[in-house]
Ligand binder design. Sequence first.
Ligand code: SIN
Length: 519
Amino acid sequence: MIKSDYLIIGSGVAGLSLALKASKSGRVSLVTKRKIFDSATEKAQGGVACVIDKSDSFESHVHDTIISGAGLCNKKMVERLVVEGPERIKELIALGVEFTKKTCSDLEFDLGLEGGHTKRRILHSGDITGNEIEKVLIKNIKKYKNITVYEDRTAIDLVLGNNRICRGAYFFNNKSDDIEIFEAKVTVLACGGAGKSYLYTSNPDVATGDGIAMAYRAGADIANMEFMQFHPTCLYNSEAKSFLISEAVRGEGGILRLKNSEPFMKKYHPQKELAPRDIVARAIDSELKIRGENFVYLDITAKSRDFLVKRFPNIYAKCLEYGIDIAKDMIPVIPAAHFFCGGVAIDENGRTSIKNLYAAGETACSGVHGANRLASNSLLEGIVYAERVYRDSLQFLKKEYSQINVKSLRNNKPLINDTVFVPEWEEIRRLTWNYLGISRSNERLLQAQKRINILKSEIENYFKKSPFSVDRIELRNIAFITEMIVRCAMHRKESRGLHFNTDYPFMLPNAKDTVINMK
Ligand code: SIN
């Protein structure tokens, strides 16, 4: 049993920021599934939306967030997110994060523009913003003795004590095959989203919804799982595994074109390429379906090579690796699963419906994204909620807790052959892509429900009687995630934001969150 005050599961922006804060008040175990750097944050290109410029205002950022959220944002939560943003950004800068400045200015930031924003307000570090933030946070984490980082541990399930208080979690040690129990006064799920439950995704391999699935199995309320956000522009190339072409490219004038070069976004929205993300992804999906084509083009050739190399060094270099010179060639792109707007339901301080259990970042559903997240609001959410969780959690550190009786998980014999689940893994990811994708229907939801119920019960039965492995734990989690998406999607009898059902192509007057649990 490894004991500490805080157990933080996940090493993206929310987990790392919180660990730094929490280390001022207690001992922190930061546990992560692969290496500390492996997270969706590290892949984030665009940046952090924040009101910095004098011509911008909190009202405008709140307004854009709420419009993007298609009537389902919690206005109070959005206001807090936006108003607390600048202070949290100052903290990141004080830790050493370098955001790109305007040419010839040491003082003014070069603010980017992305879909759904009516102002330039995206702080960025070139086109590798998440990488810069992650790098700086990790460097700082290493300075604190109060933080112990445990890599290569896959969370299995939460430990619930008397009165269903969360007391920690069970982990599988990926290297030794041992089962380890981490006990803590405060447990925080900050383990990102579940893009890997879809066949095509911008997410890293670690994004298998572990935090959401564990919370669900422990009986926590889960909200809005029907709202998977598809990023409109992932590079279409069989070798370029999930490479994103940042929305900032459209912010700088990138135009979406059909294979015959015709632009098409004006048919769909007055903001054209800079319409909210759900609208752009649906427009591409619909053009591809009408034409039976596999991709559309993103054209940024109107910009000079010098500009592109400076503003998008990573995208420029990566595309060149695949033979695309973005200064003269159009980039083939398709939408891919990118961000879960739903997750573990939390209150304004990150508390879940289980005592002593918090969630933050993509794992959580905080009410700030509604039915469609505004671009570059997610890193912001991570830093704002890290502070909120920290402040609220202090009260739990002073309390005394009784000894916990943990059940000992079964003996974990090493596996000889773990390929047995490959067909199920592929089947689930195809099922979500084909039946729970950008456009849904009642019939397809019903088919998805029948299939996932069978698959999930087979996987769960087998899981209970066989040794643990990372693949099995992840497969079990994506099966639970898919079940939750189906449940939430069937519950919503309308089309809103990221959830489009051809049988209900309208919005109902009273927008409500979809809340489910396993109780
Ligand atoms: C991007 O750079 O397009 C991603 C930004 C985001 O998902 O908010």
